[in-house]
Structure formats: C-alpha cells, structure tokens
Design a protein around this ligand. Structure first.
Ligand code: GA4
Length: 334
C-alpha cells in the first residue's frame, strides 16, 4: 500500500554517537512475573526507565498468534478494502497520518476501541466480510487477557509502594468507563533504506512521543524497530522478542506517582527488509477521573508537581498536540 517514502521529513538526523562505557551499558529490565521478588524490580524499572520487559506473563500464545494472523490478513489486503475501515476518527484504519496535526510515519494501523461490550462496536472490516464478528472476538480474547496481566502488574506496583487500596491503579482499567485504546501497527519494509543516499539515516516509522495513558503494553513480531530514549538523550534499540511483552509508563502514571515513575519517550524506526507488526493496549482511566498524585504515596509536606486535571482534559489537550510535544509540561506547576 505504501511504496516510497516521499519526503525528507520521514528521516531522522543521524543520531549522535553514544559513548556508553560498554560495562555500564544499560539493559532493559526483565521482569519474571512468576517470581515473588518481581515487585521490587518492577518499581525500580518504572523509576529508572519507565520501561521493562515481562516474561511468564500468562497471556495464552494462542490468543497472540490468532490476533497476529488476523492482523496480517488485514494489512496484506488491498488498500481499497482497508480504507473502508477508515479514517481513524476516532477508531479505524489509518495510513501514514498520525493524529490530527500533520504528523506522518512509515506505518499503517488500526485504532480500536478496547471496550468489550456490544455497545462499543468498531468500524466495519470488509476484509473480514464472511464473519465480521470473528475479528472482534479475536481482539476481545487478546485484550481481556492482556488487561488481566496489566492489572496484576499495577497491583504488584501498588503492593511494593504500599499504596492503599492495592487496586487504586488497576481499578481504573477495570472500570466499565475506562478510556482504553487498542492499536495494531504495521510497518512495511522500506527497500530504499538499502540505497547509498539514505546511508546513516533512519526512516521514522512512528515518531518520538510519550503515551498519555497510565500504562501501555506492547507485543511485536520478531522485527526490531522500537527504540527508547535514555536519560542522556541517546536512543537505545529494544531487541524484539515475540514471546514477551514490553511495558511502558504513561504520562498519567508519572503524574499519579508525582514524578517517581517516568513516562518514557520512544519511537519506531523502519526496517529495510522485514515488516514489523506490533499490538499495543493503552490502559487509560475513565474520562471523569482526576489525575493527581496518589494520597497514600505522598510523604511529609510533599507537594504535587502538577496542576489538577481530569483525564478528559488531558486527553483533549493531548489529541490537539503534535506527536513530539512535551504534553505534560502544560500541566506542570512552575
Ligand atoms: C500516542 C499513544 C497512542 O498510540 C495514541 C496516539 C494518538 C493517535 O495516534 O491518534 C496521538 C498520540 C498517541 C499522542 C499525541 C496525539 C494523539 C497522535 C497524536 C499526534 C492513540 C494516544 O492515545 O496518544
């Protein structure tokens, strides 16, 4: 569907050389959910990186594989069919355009409602004409299992930080009104990247940004591309692992922990020969929820670093911003 990256905008500047001491080069925190000491490591990972990888997650491989194969079927069908499921406002198929404000990427995607009841239908997917309900079922099985795992993680975090009640965070995702989103991204290979003119440059699949929600849970196929931004401003490439999940702290969780947890900046770069498929569950609170530091976390005279706002207000402001904007800065106390 997309053949040539036409504009210079798509390429990032060659990144500055990193001078990490090879002995201290950071590695992505690995959390084994079947181990009892994972709580401590989870909190540490959220503070130091805002990012970690999870194994023994309990999400059945069969749900993951089924969704991957349905998504692959969707993205490999003719553009005209895919476009019947678009544009993505708010849900549906999108191609290159990201958001409403002129951001572009080397990516096709499906933005879906993560609400699981029959009142919240996704747009028609003509690709699945024979059995449109089937695709929704596959998404529901996957999202239900991922949401359960995500809530477990949020409860372990609450335990370790002695937040009370232990479901203060997970209840926001469990709420019927939870404003959660599900997204499938397809990054086609870009053969042009093998040409001499593009040497040393990176084609941006999905430009740098932080996620506005509480927590994001990503699973990808075995193609690399995801990069996270480190404290020194350098980019670290995340080795792909199709049997694990990668989790990142969102802006809302940064606020709810009064800056203890970091909403990590990340991006995706395109590959010259392999396609990348990722699926991400963005766990968000109900629209009316106040986003503010949790009472049981504040110590002594600690003051909030942020002005008070609801998720509705933040979401509205986020969706009016550009991808790379620092969305939280508008809500920081000076
Ligand atoms: C980033 C996280 C999620 O994918 C998303 C994105 C949303 C969109 O694709 O429409 C945004 C982006 C995301 C943040 C800034 C705005 C809104 C595109 C954009 C330029 C669905 C979300 O919630 O925020």
């Amino acid at each position: 569907a997309i053949s040539k990256p036409p504009i210079e905008l798509f390429f990032s500047k060659p990144s500055k050389p990193t001078n990490h001491n090879p002995l201290s080069f950071p590695t992505i925190p690995l959390i084994d959910l079947s181990k009892s000491d994972s709580k401590h490591l989870l909190v540490k990972a959220c503070q130091e990186f805002g990012f970690f990888k999870v194994v023994n997650h309990g999400v059945p491989m069969q749900f993951i594989n089924k969704l991957e194969s349905e998504a692959t079927k969707f993205f490999s069908s003719p553009l005209s069919l895919k476009q019947k499921a678009g544009p993505p406002n708010p849900f549906g198929y999108g191609n290159r355009r990201l958001g409403q404000n002129g951001d572009f990427g080397w990516v096709e995607y499906l933005l879906l409602n993560a609400k699981l009841d029959s009142d919240h239908k996704n747009p028609p997917f003509s690709v699945f004409e024979e059995n449109p309900e089937d695709f929704q079922c596959v998404v529901n099985d996957y999202v239900t299992a991922v949401k359960k795992m995500t809530c477990e993680i949020l409860e372990l975090l609450a335990d370790e930080m002695e937040l009370k009640p232990r479901n203060v965070l997970s209840k926001l995702l469990m709420d019927e009104q939870s404003d959660s989103v599900f997204r499938v991204n397809y990054y086609p290979p870009c053969p042009e990247l093998q040409e001499p003119e593009t040497k040393g440059k990176k084609l941006i699949g999905f430009g740098e940004h932080t996620d506005p929600q509480i927590i994001s849970v990503l699973r990808s196929n075995n193609t690399s591309g995801l990069e996270i931004s480190l404290k020194d401003g350098s980019w670290m490439s995340v080795p792909p692992d199709s049997s694990s999940f990668f989790i990142n702290v969102g802006d809302s969780l940064q606020v709810m922990t009064n800056g203890r947890f970091k909403s990590v900046k990340h991006r995706v770069v395109a590959n010259s020969s392999k396609s990348r498929l990722s699926m991400i569950y963005f766990g968000g609170p109900p629209l009316s929820e106040k986003i503010a530091p949790l009472d049981s976390l504040m110590v002594g005279e600690e003051a909030s670093l942020y002005k008070e706002f609801t998720w509705y207000e933040y979401r509205k402001s986020a969706f009016n911003s550009r991808l790379s904007d620092n969305r939280l800065s508008l809500f920081e106390k000076i």
